[in-house]
Design a protein around this ligand. Structure first.
Ligand code: BEZ
Ligand code: FE
Length: 294
């Protein structure tokens, strides 16, 4: 038994500390364990997993990450009381319509399909009479829009609130004019005892979504189109029914198949027919809306 040289003896660390774990994803998920809200836990955990997987998949560099932070910062800075750049970004990334798809997965097939709400909805639309106009400054070709609000059994819904908004004939929403003093190309009315509504609007035109902010920058950088097919927005609601936000798209529009925000759906495409000699408007659009039970 010879003596072992001292340098061969293992170095014993008194009270060795456990190693700090290096798996950031596992640690981040573990940090959420005290979250008492199961739905919040589900959402934040999935967000963490997907974000970390995304960073690893594309091998995001620190410079690219900083560019992304700057992009999101500028997106927030572009928002104000009437401009919502985050909704626009969500729209062009197809997130808004994906949320919409998930939300409507259980809606009966004969209910009217929903479509992009978009960033131009406001809650200050004036009340109009049946047959009244929403186009106070009259820029565009006039159209009489009429139809009924029904339930999925085909029964009329009286007193349903119909809110509608559109661009003027030049493709701009009232809120895009710096000198907007009051709402225009917007209105709201209630259906009558037969569930019917009618109002005068202008025939929608295809238009470019706003491109002067980060969402537009992204569209240019990825060489994407910025146009939306011509459409009239409607929000329809009544007590006891699922609220509906939808749009009616104009048949034949060249952008139906390349909508910048993926909102157009075949079931929402309608023809405008000429109103004929001596009629009060140039065009007529007829369309019913079917609400699912709540
Ligand atoms: C709109 O139809 O008003 C709209 C929808 C999404 C993005 C931009 C505009
Ligand atoms: Fe629109």
């Amino acid at each position: 038994m010879g003596l072992r040289p001292a340098f061969l003896e293992p170095v014993l660390m008194p009270d060795a500390l456990p190693r700090i774990p290096t798996d950031v994803t596992a640690q981040t998920l573990r940090s959420l364990e005290q979250c008492g809200d199961p739905r919040l836990l589900e959402i934040v955990s999935a967000l963490v997993k997907h974000l970390h997987a995304f960073v690893r998949e594309v091998r995001l560099t620190p410079d690219e990450w900083m560019t992304g932070i700057d992009f999101l910062t500028r997106t927030g800075q572009k928002c104000d009381a009437i401009r919502q750049e985050f909704i626009l970004l969500s729209d062009v990334l197809g997130v808004s319509m994906t949320v919409d798809d998930v939300a409507h997965a259980e809606v009966p097939p004969n209910a009217t399909e929903s479509s992009a709400l978009g960033p131009f909805y406001t809650d200050d639309a004036p009340e109009i009479e049946q047959g009244g106009t929403i186009a106070r400054s009259g820029k565009g070709e006039s159209v009489l829009v009429r139809g009924r609000v029904l339930d999925v059994r085909g029964e009329p819904i009286a007193g349903a609130l119909v809110e509608t908004w559109e661009t003027d004939g030049e493709g701009l929403y009232d809120t895009q004019y710096a000198n907007r003093v009051e709402p225009d190309y917007r209105g709201q009315l209630r259906t009558n005892a037969e569930g019917a509504f009618s109002f005068v609007a202008v025939k929608p035109v295809s238009y470019s979504i706003p491109t002067d902010g980060p969402a537009g920058e992204m569209l240019r950088a990825t060489r994407r189109g910025t146009m939306r097919p011509a459409h009239l927005h409607l929000k329809v609601g009544a007590a006891g029914y699922r609220p509906l936000a939808t749009s009616i798209y104009s048949a034949g529009d060249p952008f139906l198949f390349r909508d910048a925000v993926f909102g157009a759906k075949s079931s929402l495409v309608e023809e405008y027919r000429p109103a004929g000699e001596g009629a009060a408007t140039h065009w007529i659009l007829e369309r019913d809306f079917v609400l699912a039970d709540a």
